[in-house]
Design a protein. Structure first.
Length: 402
């Protein structure tokens, strides 16, 4: 075929549908699972939708992306929410982000956090450090670092944190002492809002419904239950687990590079670098308890709790109940008690290790020159939200067709 697309998650589905809308019919999507959606799939749990990949929502910040997606699931089928996310730290429950909402803490804690921020490295003119942990202290001050950022990231990634680089943290807002003090005095948040400040969520379905409809629009061009484990750069061919071979003029790979057991035609040094890419696995667990909160999701840096955050389903999914937890696979406690529902996502988050940018730049540049393009969260090994993934896929489809 002309285009072979590996993976029917947001990246693969957006790319394929963009091709079809432009009149291209010579493409095929291969999907490992029996249904489409990737990390954005939903299941029916306790009579209501639950997103098995964790918390995924449609951000409002890219209107052209939403217009494209509303072509499959019209806007009237979505509710729009103002984000209500909170952090439980030291007996305080404050809105996210923590640095903008210290004013919601007990007065004595406000004083301690303000003192810490005042002498943070970024506020007293110190040079920015390179190591992740040092950067957190430099950016946010010791109090936020030790009470929230370091324990939370240890729970979420469960790795030696200084394996992580600092290049991905530039998007964090500035934490100036002056703004933080003003927020405490005026009792309101200062600074920029984080992502998902407003978001869409389906009124009657889980988030996975959108991707099922996108898959339906190209149903004649998808094969399910096809696990790809080999790729040949010399012949632009992939091989499935059952030995089927697929050849294309252009291959778009949205699956993890680590899933290729056999890679033919790639320099050994480049092939070896793929094994250095790191990721975390996360288990989703449903809890039927109804929580007395208006928050949609809540972060928990407390090391005594295995999970790092919860998604309060009944505050965004109409008429539902309960919540679900997200727990790094290495923090799952052995518990023989029967659970309502759990799901393990092997590939949940790409880790932003120090060496990752160099590895991926070389890998993607070399592969693209040979007609094999990495795309999306796993094709590019970047922690992209679904709206950004769709945006990139639309742009890539337009580029390859011209």
């Amino acid at each position: 075929m002309k285009y072979l697309i590996l993976g029917a998650g947001p990246a693969g589905l957006a790319f394929a549908n963009r091709l079809k809308q432009a009149g291209e019919r010579d493409f095929l999507v291969l999907e490992k699972e029996p249904e489409a959606g990737g990390l954005c799939r939903s299941a029916e749990v306790d009579n209501f939708p639950l997103d098995i990949g964790g918390g995924h929502f449609l951000d409002v910040r890219r209107p052209h992306v939403n217009e494209f997606l509303f072509g499959f699931m019209p806007e009237e089928e979505w509710s729009i929410f103002n984000r209500d996310s909170r952090i439980v730290v030291n007996g305080n429950t404050v809105n996210h982000p923590i640095e903008a909402n210290i004013w919601q803490m007990k007065l004595e804690d406000q004083v301690e956090y303000l003192k810490s921020i005042a002498v943070a490295g970024c506020n007293i003119g110190q040079d920015m450090p390179r190591d992740f942990v040092d950067w957190i202290y430099w950016k946010l001050g010791a109090k936020i670092a030790e009470d929230y950022m370091i324990p939370y990231n240890q729970k979420m990634f469960n790795k030696e944190l200084n394996q992580l680089g600092t290049y991905w943290l530039e998007k964090l807002p500035n934490v100036s002492f002056e703004e933080t003090l003003m927020s405490c005095l005026t009792k309101r948040a200062y600074g920029t809002q984080p992502g998902h400040a407003q978001f869409y969520y389906p009124k009657q379905y889980g988030y996975g419904e959108l991707w099922l409809r996108m898959a339906k629009a190209i149903e004649d061009n998808i094969e399910y239950n096809v696990s790809v484990n080999g790729i040949d750069f010399d012949n632009k061919t992939v091989v499935s687990a059952d030995g089927c071979r697929y050849q294309a003029d252009v291959i778009i790979s949205t699956i993890p590079w680590l899933e290729f057991d056999e890679i033919i035609g790639m320099p050994e040094e480049l092939k070896a670098s793929i094994s250095k890419l790191k990721f975390s696995s996360v288990q989703i667990e449903y809890v039927p308890e109804q929580l007395d909160t208006e928050a949609q999701w809540i972060y928990y840096p407390d090391a005594s709790l295995p999970y790092h955050r919860i998604l309060v389903r009944h505050n965004f999914c109409g008429n539902s109940k309960g919540y679900w937890t997200e727990t790094n696979s290495e923090r799952i406690h052995v518990n023989k008690a029967e659970k309502a529902f759990t799901y393990m996502n092997k590939y949940a988050y790409p880790l932003n290790t120090i060496s990752k940018p160099e590895i991926m730049e070389k890998l993607l540049t070399w592969s693209k020159a040979r007609g094999i393009i990495g795309l999306g969260r796993w094709g590019e090994h970047e922690h992209y939200n679904s709206d950004l993934t769709v945006d990139l896929a639309m742009g890539m489809a337009d580029a390859v067709m011209h």
